[in-house]
Design a binder for this molecule. Structure first.
Ligand code: DAT
Length: 186
């Protein structure tokens, strides 16, 4: 793996357990899936959206877009220590802000328009936010951004339309972690 600016290999972080990024359009099931992964595997779930709010890692609230303006430097500083030993499931809808070296696996959850619409409507999203997110999912913005930001072989697209999908995704991650441990002598 190479750093695109300097053409130097990126040093692999020494970790006892892998770090996994779970990303995707809001409503695709990141938080639910991450919690299930944490329960099954013992990895620790970091909900970045909650962290931003509780630790005030933002520059204020943008009412028009119903979102906080992220302070990326503050967020990365806060997270660096958390991820350095590994064993974290990081859940966030934006994936390109994190250093590539943090993650061993990047999961991009995908949902069809109807279930995604229903989930967001249930959440009380306004029409504008709902339309933006649906469009973002149809255009596969998060998937393409993940593929541009991380090595192709660690980016996995997973369907997240049904509870069965979620269970099979968690099972797949669990098996992947076991293989990672064996491969790394852990
Ligand atoms: P996200 O963290 O991506 O915004 P979430 O985990 O909060 O999404 O899920 C939003 C709602 O949708 C929540 O009530 C659980 C439900 N849900 C998510 N993924 C699902 C799936 N694959 N099958 C059924 N329900 C799902």
């Amino acid at each position: 793996m190479y750093d695109s600016d300097s053409e130097r290999p990126i040093p692999t972080m020494e970790r006892n357990l892998p770090n996994i990024l779970v990303t995707g359009t809001p409503g695709t099931g990141k938080t639910t899936t991450s919690e299930m992964i944490a329960n099954v595997t013992g990895l620790q779930h970091i909900n970045v959206g909650d962290l931003v709010k509780t630790k005030q890692l933002h520059e204020g609230y943008l009412a028009e877009f119903d979102t906080h303006i992220l302070d990326e430097d503050k967020l990365l500083d806060e997270m660096e220590d958390m991820v350095k030993d590994g064993g974290k499931v990081v859940d966030f809808h934006t994936c390109e802000i994190f250093p590539e070296r943090w993650f061993d696996l990047v999961l991009v959850l995908r949902a069809d328009t109807q279930p995604l619409y229903d989930r967001m409507e249930k959440r009380g999203y306004n029409q504008r936010k709902l339309q933006e997110n649906i469009e973002c999912e149809i255009m596969q913005v998060v998937l393409e951004t993940a593929r541009e930001s991380y090595a192709q072989e660690i980016v996995i697209e997973l369907p997240s339309n049904t509870v069965d999908d979620m269970e099979s995704n968690v099972d797949r991650v669990n098996r992947w972690i076991e293989a990672w441990k064996t491969q790394h002598g852990k």
